[in-house]
Design a protein. Structure first.
Lengths: 202, 202
């Protein structure tokens, strides 16, 4: 089964209200097409982040990416949790995400982590538009990665992201993950997180 | 001058690489059309967040919104900084954003703030698709807001967002903000935040 079929059959969001197609079709695969992400597409991905909003326009997002086959790629893999390692190496590109901790006045920028997420939200949509999937991973040893890549202390590593064109085969995964790959996707209903006028559900 | 003209003349992102139209046209206005956000559109906005990815699918995002004219709306305004107050009341809808601090195991969820941003990134694109603008504000008294709305301690308020259909008139703003509204938008170049194989610029 190829990824487009999966989108059609299993992975497309079973949304309660209609949402924009690129958001509805997005998911976080563990398989990818065996194809290098082009340099042009990479630039377009980062350009999408670039024009995201951020607190005081500080643009605290930072990224370190590496292509499959490079030494840097293996170094990123080394920092992933064991369970992420089993599938993330299917991706032609791996990326570390980080944020700059301080404002221009040297104060702590509380919103930097939020703004990194906001930027990645835009990147994810740009990716989807180009047929590229992004699978965010919280499971990594961020302290070790910081050390291995000599990342200055004023930055904080947040996640690793597996990036590649939608595609690949379910057989690229161990049996256990094949089931996970096509299982139903679940979300809490809106009334549990969006409140009108006062906090909490009625 | 109306907002579509502004987009065409001034506010559209002067991007170095082509990006998806909804990302390119997005900006953070201080003026809005004098029109209520429909309930259907509100549901679609929250649905876009709902299907965003989050660490361990914890969906830590929470929102409290209020319509212009309501008591809750005025309570949100009261918590904004003076400079945000001057324009935010142009918006037909104001929203507080927050995240759930803990995992299901009661541990601190470091990624919650990032995931709130990621969800809002999707919401922003859904909004843009429907002609709705979102202006994120870091400038608010989050402790006071937490108290005024009786928000439990396990949640952390992050930002306020002004939401409404693109439109309105520049004259809706004080002179000083009119200039700000149409000034050139600037961003750092890609090579200052996206690094290949190793950290930092060459």
């Amino acid at each position: 089964m190829t990824a487009p079929e999966q989108i059609q059959l299993e992975n497309i969001a079973d949304s309660d209200y209609e949402i924009f197609a690129l958001l509805k079709q997005r998911y976080s695969p563990r398989i990818f097409k065996d194809r290098k992400v082009t340099e042009q597409h990479l630039h377009q991905l980062f350009e999408a982040v670039r024009w995201a909003p951020s607190s005081n326009n500080l643009q605290p997002w930072r990224f370190l990416y590496a292509e499959k086959g490079s030494e840097a790629y293996e170094k990123i893999v080394d920092n992933l949790t064991e369970s992420n390692k089993t599938w993330a190496k299917n991706a032609p590109l791996l990326m570390l995400t980080a944020f700059h901790k301080k404002t221009d006045q040297g104060k702590e920028n509380f919103h930097a982590l939020h703004d990194l997420g906001l930027g990645l939200g835009g990147m994810t949509v740009q990716a989807q538009y180009m047929g590229i999937a992004m699978h965010h991973m919280a499971g990594l040893d961020h302290k070790k990665a910081q050390q291995v890549f000599n990342i200055p202390e004023e930055f904080h590593i947040v996640s690793a992201v597996a990036i590649g064109y939608y595609g690949g085969e379910l057989d690229d995964l161990p049996q256990k993950l094949q089931k996970k790959e096509i299982r139903e996707r679940r979300r809490m209903p809106q009334n549990e997180f969006a409140f009108k006028n006062r906090w909490g559900t009625d």
